[in-house]
Write a protein that binds this ligand. Structure first.
Ligand code: F6P
Length: 326
């Protein structure tokens, strides 16, 4: 490293936005500055890295963003960067401005990109940011808690109508490959049944469960369906109507509502801690690691391990949703 030049850090957000990403950006900028580093914000994730869309970020540029959802840097899912020539162009752009290290805030796919850069000699530290909580190596990712609270608020409202009308509400949560949000929503919202990508369930079993709930005198039924469960929520609703399970049905697809909104205190804290630790890692010469919450502390987890493992929903908690639905 050239000691006459301050260490220069680039920070980007990539993949689906997640509440708390701004808090992480703020922590990266302010921690970097405290240690005498320069920080550049990269616009639009890896797309911006390939195109060299960098802007210097100072302490005041990240003022008033702690409580904001989304990402002030914007984000993308960059197909270009996944190709070797895209990565080559990105490294060239980093070299042009003398960028010494990079903080990547994003989910599984984004962390794969970070590892690819690390393998090519770039100093990279990842921060897990994903509402799905599908990143291995951390108890929880930035954004998951806020999404969970958004789901809980929505289901609480839907339950009012469900019990007033004696209906079954089918609620679709996000979670392409991982049923974390659906399982936890099942617990905190009191669902009769939860459908997740990890455990295939036949429509007949759903119908039996809901009819049984009706017979036991329940005033309503909540069915949580993760988007990646393999059963389309609208098809399931039609099937339950056809089978006449007692309750009439209604469908709510929560969709991108789950991605937005002001981060919870938990997400602000997690993002701030991880942003701080990510910069500490870079400045102490670490690379190819991700900040991961383990027990009470934020640790460094090799990106190689992160991307070679699949994070699935906790099946013990999945079983628990059935017991608690009595
Ligand atoms: O990865 C986060 C996620 O919210 C998934 O749960 C969902 O399948 C996907 O993003 C939706 O992505 P997009 O914003 O591109 O529609």
């Amino acid at each position: 490293m050239d000691i006459s030049k301050p260490f220069t850090i680039g920070v980007l957000t990539s993949g689906g936005d997640a509440p708390g990403m701004n808090a992480a950006i703020r922590a990266v900028v302010r921690t970097g500055m405290t240690h005498g580093a320069n920080v550049f914000g990269i616009t639009g994730g890896y797309e911006g890295l390939v195109a060299g869309e960098f802007r210097p970020l100072g302490a005041r540029d990240v003022g008033g963003i702690l409580q904001r959802g989304g990402t002030i840097l914007q984000t993308s899912r960059s197909a270009r960067f996944m190709e070797p020539h895209g990565q080559r162009d990105a490294i060239r752009k980093m070299n042009e401005v003398g960028m010494d290290g990079l903080v990547v805030i994003g989910g599984e796919g984004s962390l794969k990109g970070a590892y690819a850069l690390h393998q090519q000699g770039i100093k990279v530290v990842g921060i897990p940011g994903s509402i799905d909580n599908d990143v291995w190596g951390t108890n929880i990712s930035v954004g998951t808690d806020t999404a969970m609270n958004t789901i809980m608020e929505a289901v609480d409202k839907l339950r009012d109508t469900a019990s007033s009308h004696r209906r079954a509400f089918l609620i679709e949560t996000m979670g392409r490959n991982c049923g974390y949000l659906a399982v936890m929503a099942g617990i905190v919202c009191g669902a009769e049944i939860v459908l997740i990508p990890e455990v295939p369930v036949a429509v007949e079993e759903v119908a039996r469960t809901i009819e049984d709930a009706y017979m036991r005198g329940k005033t309503h039924a909540i069915i949580i369906n993760a988007e990646g469960s393999g059963i389309r929520t609208t098809d399931l609703s039609r099937a339950l109507e056809d089978k006449d399970v007692g309750f009439k049905t209604r469908v709510t697809i929560l969709g991108h509502i789950q991605r937005g909104g002001s981060p919870t205190a938990y997400d602000r804290l997690l993002a701030s801690r991880m942003g701080y630790k990510a910069v500490e890692a870079l400045l102490s010469g670490k690379s190819g690691v991700m900040t991961g919450l383990k027990g009470r502390g934020v640790d460094y987890v090799p990106l190689e391990d992160v991307i070679s493992h699949k994070r699935t929903a906790n099946l013990e908690y999945y079983e628990m949703t059935k017991t608690l639905a009595r």
